[in-house]
Structures are given as C-alpha cells and as structure tokens.
Design a protein around this ligand. Structure first.
Ligand code: NAI
Length: 474
C-alpha cells in the first residue's frame, strides 16, 4: 500500500470540480468555510472540458463554415473554402484550458484548496484520496458534498476505443473530418454533434431506438431540426437499435442494426459516435463505508436541501438525477453551500430550469411540454408566432421555427415557453424570468420589445396567448 500522509482537516470537502462542485466550493469559501475540492481530472468537469463548452465551440465553427459555403444566396461568394480541423480543435482546446484555469483562480481567490486525485469514503467525514502518483492522502471534514457527475452509457459490445467507437469526448477531439459517421442515439448529444459533423461534410446517419428524435420534447419543436438535418443529407433511422459491430479489413466499422420488427440492416461507416444517455458516477466512492446506498439506477437520492440519507453528506448535479444539466448542478451547489452554512430556508425551489438543445435551429424550453400538460388535463391557452413572419429573422436568413407561450387558461400566468429558432438559447432567459416571477402572458405582451429583434417572436406569441395578436391574423 502506498504511503499515507497525516490527515488534512477541513470544514467541507467537495468531491468533484465540475459546474456543481466548483460553484458549491466558491460559495462555501465566501461563507467562511475552510473548503477542499478533490478533482481527479481538470477543474470544470465534463461540461467545461469535454461537454458543453467544447461542443459549443465546434457548433459555432462549423456554422461559420456552412454559412460561408451557403452564402451565395445572400451575395457571399466563398471559393476555395476549407476546414483545418486540427486548427479548429486547438482553438477549442485553448478556450477550455483558459476557462479551467479561470476556475482555479476563482477557487484560490475564495481560499478554497484543490487536491488532484480520486476520493473514496473511509468512514463518516473521512476520505482517502489516491493521487496520480499512487500516493494516498487522508482528508477529514464535518460535511462532504458529492458532485461526481456522470459518464456516457456504453451499449453492450460497443466498447469505447476512441478510434472507431467514440463517446462525445472522442468525437470532440477528432483531428480529421470523417467521411461517414453513425450516431447511435437521436438525443441531445447525438443531434448536436451530428449537426457539427454534417456541416463539416461528414455523411451522418442517426440511429435511434425510438420512433422519434428528442422524444422528451413536443414533436413540433423537433420537426424543424429534423427537416434541416435531412436537408443537409443526414439520414434518420428511427425505430432502429444497434446490435453489434465488426471492424472490416479497411478499418471501417460494419454495424448490424435491427428495426422494431426484427429486420436486420447493415451500415458501414468510418466512425461510430455512441450517445445513448449518461449514468451517475456513484459506484467508485466507497459509499458502503458510510452506509449510503444509491437507488437502482445508481442515482444518490437527496431532499430539497440536497441532503442524502446520511447526516452531513450532501449530493448535487448529475449524480442525483435528471435533468443532467450544468446550470441545474450549479444552482444545487449554491443551495447545498447555503444549507451547510446554516442559512435558514435554503432549499432547491425553482419554478423552472431551462432546457436548451444547440441544434440548428436551436430548441429552448422552460416549463412542461404541451403533451405533458394535456396528459394532466391542464387547461391552457397558447399563443404561437413563426420566425418566418419576423423581420429580424428574415434579415438573419433564419426563418425556421416559432415561439410558443403557454399560459393558464383562467389566470393567464405563464406556465411554459417553447422556442425553436435562431438564438433560442438566448431568448429563453427572459421567458425563464417570466415563469420564475409568475408573470402573465399579458405582462410579456405589455413589455415593449426592441424592434427589430428575434425577441419579438416571444412578444408576438404572448400577444396571441392574451387574445390580442398583432402581426398575425386571429
Ligand atoms: P439522451 O437521453 O438525450 O438521448 C439518448 C437517446 O439514445 C434516446 O433518444 C434513446 O432512445 C436512444 N437510445 C438508447 N439506446 C439506444 C440504442 N441501443 N440504439 C439506438 N438508440 C438508443 O442522451 P445523450 O444525448 O447521450 O445526452 C446525455 C445527457 O447529457 C442528457 O440527459 C442531457 O441532459 C445532457 N446533455 C445536455 C446538453 C444540453 O443541455 N444542451 C448537451 C449534451 C448533453
């Protein structure tokens, strides 16, 4: 056994330096708690290093390329246009390393220590950290926050080698554009990264087990994305499951797919991106040493104060369950820090958590889906406005999609907002504020929106939901 140094003592230990853990630690530092973050990899976690941020960089870069390529319609002629993939990847890597070191500075500035290594519980308030060189360090604290995130699920037989069978991390590091790619899973990651490679010129085939893409969203929100992908040449094999694969002599992968009736289809591609969901990182934490048992799906259950079943152990972010979103993890991190610091009334109590899919066009929502409200028998009034009728959208050559405001039929209070269209990820912020403040559709309608802006789609949808449509007929 490697040498173990004298224990280090803290008020709070946060396991994991992702958007949940590092935000929690900053707040704890601000509250005067002596805090340690244990992180086995880079600060910023999956989101910053191999998830949200790098994917958004490649989404942006690939859009610049495809817009320039398709610019003839608006008078831009770009001959000899080319992609330098290695340069694109190094630009993306520069962004992530800058942001990661920024988090290090923020933690330092808030008197938070960082220890690089993997932490395991040795008992209540006691953890052993295995460092990269194999040496061990015991750390002790009154409170522990588990913020260990999640890992891509693996389909049986599809072992990630990051050469042919890729997870999102492998796909975001490709230094050459593949000619052909199968994307297994037509969910968020599959469609965002499928879009990137299709724009860069890869022939993409999305294989989705269910009979529709992004099945958690209302179908009319997904339709513009599916249509645009199809226009780019993306093939959607819905109702198909990937069963197995073999490497052909030329290095390509031959996939065996099966449809819902059992018919088998073969597909030959250069790369396979597997994006069939993520599972919580709860198995290597030595939770048995403190008597904490994750549920059958591996998630650690918490109350509204982010407390687990064991006193003084908290959990936040992907490891506690859906939605697996960075901003949800950060909010939970803030709340857990407040609870630990003894702030009265601190609890996770948000009216809505926005959800964004960075496809083209983008999809952004707050609140429940229409199909969920219908299933609950909830009486609503809705207003919708199409981007095609919006001056600013036309000038941005972005006429696809619509904004929809869903309000309570009686009170007019906004229950949800759904946008599919250009800049939906930015437009959803004011909709989130409306839901959080229990604003009515009339409140949005009374708010003067600048003209010409894409945000007018939200205004017009709110006017329609209030029974006062302006730039559309009743
Ligand atoms: P997902 O849950 O969004 O989609 C997985 C898809 O794979 C589902 O449609 C499922 O039916 C399909 N599937 C499962 N097994 C299959 C099989 N054997 N063959 C074919 N299809 C199969 O999961 P995804 O895209 O991997 O994302 C994981 C998590 O990461 C999401 O829950 C999301 O919360 C988070 N995320 C969020 C982003 C955002 O907010 N923009 C971006 C990326 C990830």
């Amino acid at each position: 056994m490697a040498a173990q140094l004298a224990p280090l003592h803290y008020d709070v230990i946060v396991i994991g330096g992702g958007p949940g853990g590092y935000v929690c630690a900053i707040r704890l530092g601000q509250f005067g708690k002596k805090t340690l973050v244990v992180e086995r990899d880079k600060l910023g976690g999956v989101c910053l290093n191999v998830g949200c941020i790098p994917s958004k960089a490649l989404i942006h870069a690939s859009k610049v390329y495809s817009k320039a390529k398709g610019g003839a319609a608006i008078g831009i002629v770009a001959n000899d246009l080319a992609v330098d993939m290695a340069k694109m990847i190094s630009w993306k890597d520069g962004i992530t390393s800058k942001l990661s070191s920024g988090i290090g500075q923020l933690l330092k500035g808030n008197q938070v220590d960082v220890l690089t290594g993997s932490a395991r519980f040795a008992g209540p308030g006691r953890l052993v950290v295995t460092k990269a060189d194999g040496s061990l360090q015991e750390v002790v604290a009154q409170d522990v926050v588990i913020a260990t995130g999640s890992t891509p699920i693996q389909i049986p037989g599809f072992v990630y080698d990051q050469k042919t069978i890729l997870d999102s991390t492998g796909a975001l590091a490709l230094s050459e554009i593949p000619m052909t790619m199968a994307v297994l899973g037509g969910g968020v990651i599959g469609l965002e990264l499928g879009d990137v490679f299709a724009r860069l010129g890869t022939q993409v085939t999305v294989v989705e087990a269910m009979d529709r893409l992004l099945a958690s969203l209302d179908p009319d929100l997904v339709r513009p994305v599916q249509q645009k992908q199809a226009k780019m040449g993306v093939k959607h094999l819905l109702g198909h499951k990937a069963m197995s694969w073999q490497q052909l002599p030329d290095g390509k992968a031959e996939l065996k797919l099966q449809d819902s009736k059992g018919a088998v289809l073969k597909l030959v591609v250069d790369k396979v991106l597997v994006a069939v969901g993520r599972r919580p990182n709860s198995s290597d934490l030595g939770l048995e040493a403190v008597g904490l048992k994750p549920n059958t799906r591996g998630f650690i259950e918490v109350d509204e104060c982010l407390r687990t079943a064991i006193p003084h152990i908290f959990a936040i972010g992907d490891v506690v369950g859906q939605p697996m979103l960075a901003h949800k993890a950060s909010k939970e991190g803030e709340v857990a820090a407040e609870v630990i610091a003894g702030h009265k009334g601190a609890r996770m109590d948000v009216a809505c958590i926005p959800n964004v899919v960075y496809t083209d066009p983008e999809i952004a929502t707050v609140g429940p889906m229409l199909f969920e409200l219908e299933a609950q028998g909830k009486k609503t009034k809705t207003g919708r406005f199409h981007f095609a009728a919006l001056g600013r959208a036309m000038t941005a050559n972005a006429g696809e999609g619509f904004a929809r405001v869903i309000a309570d039929e009686k009170t007019g209070v906004v229950i949800g907002v759904q946008i599919v269209g250009a800049e939906a990820s930015e437009l959803i912020a004011s909709a989130g504020l409306a839901v959080e403040m229990a604003a009515t559709a009339q409140d949005i309608a009374l708010t003067v929106h600048a003209h010409p802006t894409l945000a007018e789609a939200l205004l017009e949808a709110a006017l329609a939901a209030s029974g006062q449509p302006l730039h559309q007929l009743k």
